[in-house]
Design a protein around this ligand. Structure first.
Ligand SMILES: [Zn+2]
Ligand SMILES: [Zn+2]
Length: 405
């Protein structure tokens, strides 16, 4: 049976798994029910899943094709966590957990990788190496690093990695795999501007932090268009302002929060967050205020390896009927898959799932978020075909190497 027919016979199961997970969403590192389901499923496939980082799961399939024992290890990754959102859809399988929702599509990723595991186990005689299936908790708050600390890239050590996101910004039927930065570095920041409170009738006797904050919000925008090349996407957004108690009182402090995002590895003198702090210091000095600024890097940029991205594009050509449906796509959203991509050659691909007729064109993290389930088999096919092609190509490389010697 061809791969696509094989997947077609598992479509009902794929949808059923996804809907069950959708009904029972769990937050990061609390995915106990989800982990149990994955563990049982992988065990029934004859694999030996290992728990990691509380609710993470790793299972390795060793192929039976010649050279498998000494062949490379490809890691396929799905994230499994949900979000603290009250679901507002009318779907018959909507969330049954109050204030919890699979509003990013990780339920689909989990189901897709489970079915991909089933199909690859059945095709292990085509695998001249190992496939490591990684089910990762807490993507929304950088769970990948915790899995890596727990050893998910070792025993056997991983040579390459692939992840997929079902993606509502792209139309159903499309696949995107783009070399270079595809999802952004994300740095949340907090700035506390301190002046000296007073009477709005005597502003000259006070030090007004509000006018400093207003100036800062304006002046800081130069970061994106004047300090850093327009060809290197940078997004500075203030998302929270807190200050004041009454209309005739100048407050002591303003607290500003927001994020800086960028899609590149910054040069030493072009680090956007350092540049932001220089602007904060200058603006506060003008307004006679002091400041404290804190920030942390939640995700670094997801850098797709050019060879791995090409591999997925070649495979995508076998899946979609039209070259125009293979897209280049980059997003300013963050994704902790970056942690793997920093350590091994990796590719993070998008499977488009937007169909306005099905209401699946809403942003990720919306309380009405929905996916087009008919795009899930494409995700399975992309996992399966990429894995098989990866081993085929590494075999060819090994053979060419031998012939040269
Ligand atoms: Zn998300
Ligand atoms: Zn996500």
């Amino acid at each position: 049976m061809g791969i696509r027919d094989d997947i077609r016979t598992h479509t009902d199961e794929l949808v059923a798994i996804r809907r069950d997970l959708h009904m029972h969403p769990e937050l990061g590192f609390e995915e106990f029910r989800t982990a149990d389901i994955i563990e049982t499923y992988l065990t029934d496939l004859g694999l030996d899943p290992k728990r990691m980082a509380k609710t993470g799961m790793v299972a390795t399939l060793t192929g039976t094709a010649p050279g498998a024992e000494s062949g490379p290890t490809l890691m396929l990754r799905a994230d499994i966590d949900a979000l603290p959102i009250q679901e507002l859809t009318d779907l018959p399988y909507k969330s049954q957990n109050d204030g919890r929702m699979h509003a990013c599509g990780h339920d689909a990723h989990t189901a897709m990788l489970m079915i991909a595991a089933k199909i690859l186990v059945a095709r292990k005689n085509e695998i001249s190496g190992r496939v490591k299936f990684l089910f990762q908790p807490n993507e929304e708050v950088a769970g990948a690093e915790i899995m890596i600390e727990a050893g998910c890239l070792e025993n056997p050590s991983v040579d390459a990695a692939m992840g997929i996101h079902i993606w509502t910004p792209l139309p159903s039927g499309t696949i995107a795999a783009t070399p270079g930065g595809v999802m952004a570095t994300m740095v949340p920041f907090r700035i506390v501007i301190t002046g000296k409170g007073g009477h709005t009738g005597y502003p000259e006797l006070a030090v007004d932090p509000i006018i400093a904050a207003a100036d800062l919000i304006q002046t800081a925008q130069r970061l994106q268009t004047r300090d850093i090349s327009l060809l290197t996407p940078t997004a500075l957004v203030f998302s929270k302002i807190e200050s004041g108690s009454k209309n005739n009182i100048i407050p002591d402090q303003v607290v500003l929060e927001g994020t800086v995002r960028f899609l590149y590895e910054p040069a030493a003198n072009q680090e956007p967050v350092e540049r932001l702090e220089e602007i904060v210091a200058s603006v506060c000095a003008v307004h006679k205020c002091t400041y404290e600024m804190s920030s942390f890097t939640q995700n670094t940029v997801v850098m797709n390896d050019p060879g791995m991205a090409q591999l997925v594009r070649d495979v995508a050509r076998e899946i979609v009927d039209d070259e125009a449906k293979i897209l280049d796509h980059r997003s300013m959203a963050g994704e902790d898959f970056a942690a793997y991509a920093r350590r091994v050659p990796a590719v993070f691909a998008f499977v488009g799932t937007a169909d306005p007729a099905k209401g699946s064109d809403l942003p990720h993290h919306s309380p009405r978020f929905a996916i087009d389930e008919s795009t899930m088999p494409t995700g399975v096919e992309l996992f399966v075909r990429t894995a098989l092609r990866y081993f085929e190509e590494s075999n060819n490389r090994a053979r060419d190497g031998k012939e040269e010697r």
